[in-house]
Write a protein that binds this ligand. Structure first.
Ligand code: DC
Length: 233
């Protein structure tokens, strides 16, 4: 049985386009928990770097940039130094740059405490690539959300078209594939499936079905009915 005198954490990791964002947000709303979109932090840094013409390899300049940047999340919107950047950080060029700057260990270390500061009562749903492994290694529930590259590319395509971006499915598939390799093969905090994670394959699940699955796992866990050493085929 899980005690409730400290925040409960649901950590969700998964590759680009696996649906973590929407799913994590819906779970946080249903439970009235806080929500951390860790990818958005890397995206905001990438956006700021692009604006300042800082290259992804210039690690010390990037670290200074992080120190000088004020990132704020408020009601599903994201602000950088007082300017709203919610949609500006969702372009494919920012996706790529975010993945490139995310390979630097010093940069990752510099935002670790900031990410942990989202963990407040009554609980947190955190999503990204290293939530289950590095940022919240003691999370109560760890989920790895997966889907095939083609399914993820299709989902991303629909999202971007709806937002009015001009994208090509073939290019998007290649980009996602490259981003997967970079995120999984980097030396620091790569995207991995930790041994306690519940792996959910979502090719045949819609967002609400995925949310329901995670919520029912969380309820069972809270009642002490299951442990985390379980993998769904
Ligand atoms: O989740 P996302 O697609 O918004 O993340 C953008 C990039 O940021 C992703 O390709 C790699 C990086 N990232 C990371 O390295 N660690 C995280 N916890 C979240 C994102």
């Amino acid at each position: 049985m899980i005690k409730k005198n400290y925040p409960l954490v649901i950590a969700i990791d998964g590759p680009a386009g696996s649906g973590k964002g929407t799913v994590a947000q819906k779970i946080a709303t249903k439970l009235n928990y806080h929500y951390l979109d860790s990818g958005a932090i890397y995206r905001v840094i990438a956006y700021a770097a692009k604006k300042e013409n800082i290259k992804s390899e210039s690690i010390s300049t990037l670290i200074d940039l992080v120190a000088d940047s004020k990132i704020k999340f408020k009601e599903n919107n994201i602000w950088l130094n007082g300017n709203e950047v919610t949609n500006l950080i969702r372009t494919e060029s920012i996706s790529k740059l975010a993945s490139k700057i995310a390979i630097h260990s010093k940069l990752r270390a510099s935002i670790l405490e900031y990410q942990r500061s989202f963990c407040k009562m009554p609980g947190l749903v955190a999503e990204g690539r290293d939530m289950t492994s590095v940022v919240f290694p003691n999370a109560h529930l760890k989920i790895y959300l997966n889907a095939s590259v083609s399914e993820r590319a299709k989902r991303r395509y629909k999202q971007l078209i709806l937002k009015g971006y001009d994208v090509n499915l073939c290019d998007l598939t290649q980009e996602i594939d490259k981003r997967d390799s970079r995120d999984k093969e980097r030396e620091v905090s790569p995207l991995i499936i930790v041994k306690e994670a519940y792996v959910l394959e979502t090719d045949d699940l819609n967002e609400n079905q995925t949310v329901d699955k995670i919520l029912s796992l969380f309820k069972e866990l809270q009642k002490g009915l299951i442990t985390q050493n379980y993998q769904e085929k």
